[in-house]
Design a protein around this ligand. Structure first.
Ligand code: NDP
Length: 276
């Protein structure tokens, strides 16, 4: 019987996950059925219960249900615990295994696809929401020289910096700052704020970009966002958006479910919107 998977969210029409996982199934020869599941707000647990009862094997979880999935899980992986949110579930009998692959997907895109090593480099990350929280440990595992978190609401950046220090016992210096107080230049600047969803420019001084910096916007499919334009105007030539991160976190989930890791190049090519 064909194994069933789904992505659950509200709204869900925009999700690229069925397209991505169908492509992965094709290249790996796996027989799966992957659909979109729209759950009503407040109806996450009932929708997942019904999916499991009908034989569902696993799910991707998107907004606004990542915290509901955290609460629903019986077995949380360290990545999910650290992120405080879940983006993938695997069902085995009564067990609900939960993971968060966003951070590992980001790092894999940076290091493997874009050839941008993190080790020994100065990294600046904008935003202190779920995406930054999930990215912290995978980024720190690469041993950057320093990680600075900048956020509009500084207290949130401070809380995440403290959490990161606690989890990696201070090996990599992690600092928090307000936009107006960011000093120095960075080798990698990551926009993990949601500013690009509304075409807004975070109040970032253009002096933060080193000449050979990589500027990376986690938001994908929006072309040259105001953040990427700022970097370009500051002389940065290495620009990327989060399409590779999307594909890589999906590949991690696929490998977790199916035991085979698909190549992501075809999916990244399919989904890439040119940065113009
Ligand atoms: P959250 O809602 O959890 O956090 C949003 C963050 O953005 C907050 O820190 C907020 O600051 C900040 N912010 C919002 N608007 C602005 C603005 N105009 N200027 C400066 N800062 C702003 O979102 P997530 O962390 O879940 O997601 C962040 C982005 O990452 C989204 O665009 C999302 O699409 C993308 N993403 C991409 C993924 C991928 O696979 N490529 C995966 C996950 C996320 P404050 O705290 O002050 O309100």
């Amino acid at each position: 019987m064909t194994d069933r998977y789904a992505v659950i969210g509200n709204p869900i029409a925009q999700s690229k996950s069925p397209q991505i996982h169908s492509a992965f199934a094709k290249v790996t020869g796996q027989d799966i059925d992957y659909t979109k599941l729209l759950a009503p707000l407040g109806g996450f647990a009932a929708a997942v219960d019904a999916f499991r009862a009908a034989g569902g094997r696993g799910m991707n979880v998107t907004a606004p249900f990542k915290l509901d999935a955290f609460a629903y899980a019986t077995d949380l992986a360290p990545s999910a615990q650290m992120a405080g949110a879940v983006n993938a579930l695997k069902f085995e009998g009564d067990k609900v295994h939960a993971e968060n692959f966003d951070g590992v997907g980001l790092v894999r895109d940076l290091v493997h696809n874009l050839g941008c090593p993190i080790k020994g480099r100065r990294v600046l990350i904008l935003g202190a929401g779920g995406a930054t929280r999930g990215a912290l440990l995978p980024l720190l595992a690469e041993q950057p020289a320093e990680l600075v978190i900048v956020n509009r609401t500084v207290s949130k950046a401070q809380a995440l910096a403290a959490l990161a220090q606690q989890h990696q016992s201070g090996k990599v210096p992690v600092h928090a700052a307000a936009y107006a107080d960011v000093v120095g230049v960075f080798d990698v600047v990551l926009n993990a704020s949601s500013s690009s969803l509304t075409a807004e420019l975070p109040p970032l001084p253009p002096s933060v970009f080193s000449p050979d910096c990589l500027a990376y916007d986690l938001t994908y499919g929006k072309g040259l966002t105001p953040f990427l334009k700022l970097a370009q105007q500051a002389g940065v030539t290495r620009l990327a958006d989060g399409v590779g991160m999307l594909a890589e976190q999906a590949a991690e989930a696929f490998a977790w479910w199916r035991g085979v890791r698909p190549d992501t190049a075809g999916v990244i090519q399919q989904l890439t919107v040119p940065l113009v």
